[in-house]
Design a binder for this molecule. Structure first.
Ligand SMILES: NC(=O)c1ccc[n+]([C@@H]2O[C@H](COP(=O)([O-])OP(=O)(O)OC[C@H]3O[C@@H](n4cnc5c(N)ncnc54)[C@H](OP(=O)(O)O)[C@@H]3O)[C@@H](O)[C@H]2O)c1
Length: 244
């Protein structure tokens, strides 16, 4: 789907990947970008980049009224990028496992589902697209982030199901599976990370190229390659990364 000339809504626009996506969309000639965040002040700088083309909007994807209001306000959207996400960075059996799993499911799965449901009619009316930012660790569990991985596995399944349901209505559904990216979400974690700008550029190039699944960085590409060949071996390797 060509980005040039399109009206796009990005959730979590104040975050690392979200902000880079907004900037990249402007560079690629999007007609308008709704930069959605829980706090309008947090996207004020982005809105200053191009007062004509960036509209800052308040959105909490876990609040039904907020989602409904935004779907009503942004009825001209042709592409929805569900980028907002939460990672509590805890293992499944740790002290906060249940509470963290619920919070992550609420944002990553139920919030994304609510956005897909609210925007499906808007997008079906113009042959639009939904881009869901999942994670490579939605395809294999990394035990130090065990609860987050489970929520992203649910997102992966959501992507497949929503893709099937929306195909007859002419809406494309794209899944994005990044590896580690240098954002607030991974702050303090020592490991090789892609930059948000690199990842956003690869996501937008994949959308333009018509890809259905996007692995936007070297780490995600390497892990995906191994998953295709020997998923059990990848599970075993990731299983060695257990909490201290
Ligand atoms: N960083 C990585 O290594 C990595 C790897 C794979 C996938 N991802 C995924 O990439 C996406 C973007 O993450 P990031 O790395 O850019 O992290 P980030 O900088 O922490 O951004 C996360 C964004 O999600 C927003 N958000 C959280 N809960 C929300 C809610 N209830 N309603 C609306 N927005 C909400 C945050 O807003 P607030 O500022 O208001 O909290 C923030 O804008 C996420 O889906 C994440 O799971 C990240």
């Amino acid at each position: 789907m060509e980005i040039k000339g399109k009206i796009v809504l990005v959730t979590g626009a104040n975050g690392g990947i979200g902000g880079a996506l907004v900037r990249g969309l402007l560079d690629k000639g999007a007609a308008k970008v709704y930069a959605a965040a829980r706090s309008i002040a947090s996207v004020a700088e982005l809105a200053q980049l191009d007062k004509e083309r960036v509209a800052a909007i308040r959105l909490d994807i876990t609040h039904a009224a907020s989602v409904a209001a935004v779907a009503e306000q942004c009825g001209d959207v042709a592409m929805l990028i569900n980028n907002a996400g939460l990672n509590r960075c805890v293992p499944l059996l740790g002290p906060t496992g249940i509470e963290s799993a619920r919070e992550e499911m609420e944002v990553n799965f139920f919030g994304t589902l609510a956005m897909c449901r609210a925007f499906a009619p808007v997008l079906a009316s113009r042959g639009g697209a939904i881009v869901n930012v999942c994670s490579i660790i939605g395809l294999v569990n990394l035990p130090v982030n065990g609860t987050y991985c489970a929520s992203k596995a649910a997102v992966h399944s959501l992507i497949q199901g929503v893709r099937a349901e929306l195909a007859p209505r002419g809406v494309r559904v794209v899944g994005v599976y990044p590896g580690p990216v240098d954002t607030r979400m991974t702050a303090g974690q020592e490991m090789p990370k892609a930059t948000p700008d690199q990842v956003a550029a690869a996501i937008l190039a994949g959308i333009d190229a018509g890809d259905e699944e996007i692995f936007p960085d070297p780490m995600s590409q390497a892990v995906h390659g191994k998953l295709l060949q020997d998923p059990k071996q990848v599970e075993k390797e990731f299983a060695t990364m257990i909490p201290a």
